[in-house]
Write a protein that binds this ligand. Structure first.
Ligand SMILES: Cc1cc2nc3c(=O)[nH]c(=O)nc-3n(C[C@H](O)[C@H](O)[C@H](O)COP(=O)(O)O)c2cc1C
Length: 409
């Protein structure tokens, strides 16, 4: 269905060539100062036509706040967000009317519904993600004001061109593989900002790599082809305790949200697949006491989540995006009626989606974290209404926090 979330519920609507796209957000706390500009900033980063690396479809994607806000403050009631589709060109797709596009959603939508939008990707188009980005900007504003949470995503690879993330293994036969992610990459995770990410049209914050990525995308475009890539996202200042311990582990919720973005093919958190190459003695995140007396970890191969619950360290993960399916290079494939033919798709398409996927990844991250925060806060608020218990053995409570909350003497 088109709704995500338990307490912060986001419903998106719209197709590629209908009158408008948007979202309804239910469960946003009242009293949040919110302007159209707070949302527009992220919509502008997602817009098509930002550079010669993206589709030339010309959309302003100007958001209109329809409900749930008065005097620039949320009312706690559903927030309606409306964005007009202005540059529809259904006729661009006349050739693909005959063919289900290979690796797109035309065939599966028809199988599922028995009917589909007459042109373009319909609901499978990345136009749908506008509602997510708008909703994510609201979630993000709350998280920032309430907990100083920072969410920054960036392009970490295009084709085979990667940011310097790993250290070459010195001993591939033994257990002495290098650290899963280089110190340089870890420094980047703790310092990267949206303004450095936006300095290059690829949204890769490493200038030399960014330039090589740009050339790779241009090469794909010039060949009427496309290319994939990865987006890495880091979340700083996330409070501990978010995420549920079994089916709704925080990393499972993030994986679900990320893999719901069109064109995604993979998700890894923390040390990810490279973490499998080192022994536990290297991979364990030893605890240390922080200046404020709380426990932190010396390393963060867990990616800020243990047992499905945030531990207060930075959360970081990587999402894989495939090369977009619609290419104007001729492909031999079959028509809807089964006859073999050659499809060279017309229309306006992204040769590589990752530069525009960056704000979408940030938005889905914010939506997941906002929902998880509201779930945890409601549990804690309900627990706080109970009379304190002073008889619990010390092994059942966190010493410092328990003292603060008055639960042990
Ligand atoms: C920002 C963004 C832009 C996209 N642009 C295109 C595009 O121009 N052409 C295309 O074929 N797919 C594009 N896609 C991907 C399709 O929407 C997606 O591949 C399609 O819905 C099929 O879904 P699937 O790849 O998840 O199986 C884009 C995805 C994103 C996130």
């Amino acid at each position: 269905m088109s709704t995500y979330g338990t307490l912060f519920r986001v419903t998106t609507y719209g197709e590629s060539h209908c009158a408008s796209v948007g979202a309804i957000i239910d469960g946003c706390p009242p009293g949040l100062q919110l302007s159209a500009e707070d949302i527009q900033i992220q919509l502008n980063r997602r817009r098509p036509g930002q550079s010669d690396l993206t589709t030339p479809r010309n959309e302003k994607d100007a958001v209109q706040l329809q409900s749930g806000i008065e005097q620039g403050v949320t009312l706690g009631t559903p927030i309606g967000l409306f964005i007009r589709n202005e540059d529809q060109r259904p006729h661009d797709y006349s050739e693909t009317d005959l063919y289900p596009r290979p690796s797109h959603a035309d065939y599966t939508y028809l199988e599922k519904y028995g009917i589909k939008a007459s042109s373009g990707g319909g609901r499978s188009s990345a136009r749908e993600t506008i509602g997510r980005v708008a909703a994510g900007a609201i979630a993000e504003k709350y998280l920032r004001l309430a907990h100083r949470v920072e969410i920054v995503a960036f392009v970490s690879s295009v084709g085979k061109i990667h940011l310097p993330t790993t250290v070459e293994s010195t001993n591939e036969e033994g257990d002495e593989a290098a650290e899963p992610l280089s110190q340089e990459f870890r420094n980047l995770l703790s310092t990267v900002t949206r303004s450095t990410v936006d300095q290059h049209p690829t949204r890769c914050p490493h200038p030399e790599t960014a330039e090589r990525m740009k050339q790779r995308i241009i090469r794909a475009k010039d060949a009427s082809d496309s290319i994939g890539g990865t987006v890495t996202c880091v979340v700083r200042n996330l409070p501990p305790g978010l995420g549920e311990p079994v089916f709704d582990k925080l990393e499972a919720l993030l994986a679900h949200a990320m893999l719901s973005i069109p064109a995604t093919k993979g998700f890894e958190i923390g040390s990810g697949f490279r973490g499998t190459e080192v022994p536990g003695s290297q991979h364990n995140d030893a605890f240390v006491q922080r200046e404020d007396g709380s426990l932190g970890t010396q390393t963060n191969w867990s990616g800020g989540i243990q047992g499905g619950i945030s531990n207060g360290e930075d959360v970081y993960f990587r999402v894989a995006f495939k090369p977009p399916a619609t290419i104007s290079k001729a492909q031999t494939t079959a028509k809807y009626d089964g006859e073999s033919g050659t499809l060279a798709a017309r229309g306006r398409h992204d040769p590589c989606v990752v530069p525009r996927a960056v704000p979408i990844v940030e938005a889905m991250t914010a939506i997941v974290l906002m929902d998880a925060l509201l779930v945890q806060k409601s549990r804690a608020a309900a627990a706080s209404l109970l009379p304190p218990i002073t008889t619990l053995p010390p092994t059942m409570v966190m010493p410092q926090k328990a003292r603060e909350s008055g639960r042990v003497e």
